[in-house]
Design a protein around this ligand. Structure first.
Ligand code: GDP
Length: 304
């Protein structure tokens, strides 16, 4: 299973840290709870979510004073799955689009380097495999490389791309993309946007304008604002989630680079802190390395 392979490192690390923390101890006491707190924090679950989990486990310990460390595993799983459930109502999204939304418009946000372009390419590929007609929009006009990279993925996946020259108005690119998609009777539109965080007011203004202009072509768009975060960056990912959720209404998350990282805990902390569902996870650089997030599989892999 790719997910198992992808999460191998986080699994080993979290699980081995946990095992070390409870080694030689038969019941869950304050020492075990302190150690568990440290294991969760160092696995990038984040301080607030860690404290929430510890509180819940303390509540269970106060009911059952002789709670054994063997049960800790099961209880932790339940608590973590429970936290993920709070942001994951209903079934997992497959690579389909909701009915009555044609074209279905996804605006993708995130800072440079997190895997935004790659995620767009992988996503386009999955939709195309489902027989859906996809159009990409290169509205990250700030860097020439961003436009070129998206073009590379458009060629690889064999989907049309709408672009203008570097420095042009992102809102204008988004407008053209949606107009073209409507004309082509496309099913899905994926718009790449600039990921500059150094100027928050500009970022907010730009994203607001892109949305406003999109709505001139297709009402109530974008249907999804997908924030891409690099799962291997720990606290940076939290900080980016904070900034982007301030700048625009983020409706879903994609967490990349969960292969080869010991930081899978970021998924738990971020979905809990921001109450935004993780829709996709990136588990490699290849075109097929995007998975629909499944909390049960995730928790299983995390614990081994
Ligand atoms: P962007 O600047 O956010 O658009 O980032 P790119 O999509 O160009 O990706 C930056 C780098 O991360 C590239 O080398 C990608 O191949 C790599 N990358 C993207 N997603 C993943 C992933 O899920 N796993 C791994 N290992 N690498 C990834």
């Amino acid at each position: 299973e790719t997910l198992d392979k992808g999460l191998e490192k986080s699994k080993t690390t979290f699980f081995s840290k946990l095992s070390k923390a409870v080694a030689g101890k038969s019941k869950v006491d304050d020492d075990v709870l302190d150690d568990l707190e440290e294991v969760l924090v160092t696995s990038d679950v984040g301080v607030n979510t860690t404290l929430k989990i510890i509180d819940r486990i303390e509540a269970r310990v106060s009911k059952d004073k002789y709670l054994g460390t063997e049960e800790l595993n099961t209880i932790l799983r339940e608590e973590i799955a429970g936290l993920l459930s709070e942001t994951h109502v209903g079934e997992d999204v497959e690579f389909t689009t909701p009915s009555g939304k044609k074209p279905y418009v996804i605006m993708v946000v995130g800072v440079n380097g997190v895997g935004k372009t790659t995620t767009i390419g992988k996503l386009a590929h999955q939709y195309k495999k489902k027989g859906l007609k996809v159009v990409l929009g290169a509205a990250d006009t700030f860097r020439a490389a961003a436009i070129d990279q998206l073009q590379v993925w458009a060629d690889r996946v064999e989907v049309p791309i709408v672009k203008q020259k570097m420095g042009s108005d992102p809102a204008s690119v988004a407008f053209d993309t949606l107009s073209s998609a409507v004309k082509q009777d496309a099913d899905v539109v994926i718009i790449d946007t600039a990921g500059r965080l150094h100027n928050k007011v500009n970022l907010m203004n730009e994203l607001t304008k892109v949305k406003r202009v999109m709505q001139k072509v297709v009402e109530d768009t974008p249907h999804d604002v997908l924030l891409v975060l690099d799962g291997s960056t720990g606290q940076n990912a939290f900080e980016q989630a904070k900034q982007f959720t301030k700048a625009t209404e983020v409706t879903s998350l994609a967490v990349t680079k969960l292969d080869g990282t010991a930081k899978g805990g970021v998924v738990i902390g971020i979905s809990d802190q921001f109450q935004i569902p993780v829709k996709y996870i990136g588990v490699g650089e290849g075109i097929e390395d995007l998975q629909v997030f499944n909390k049960y599989e995730f928790v299983d892999s995390f614990f081994g």
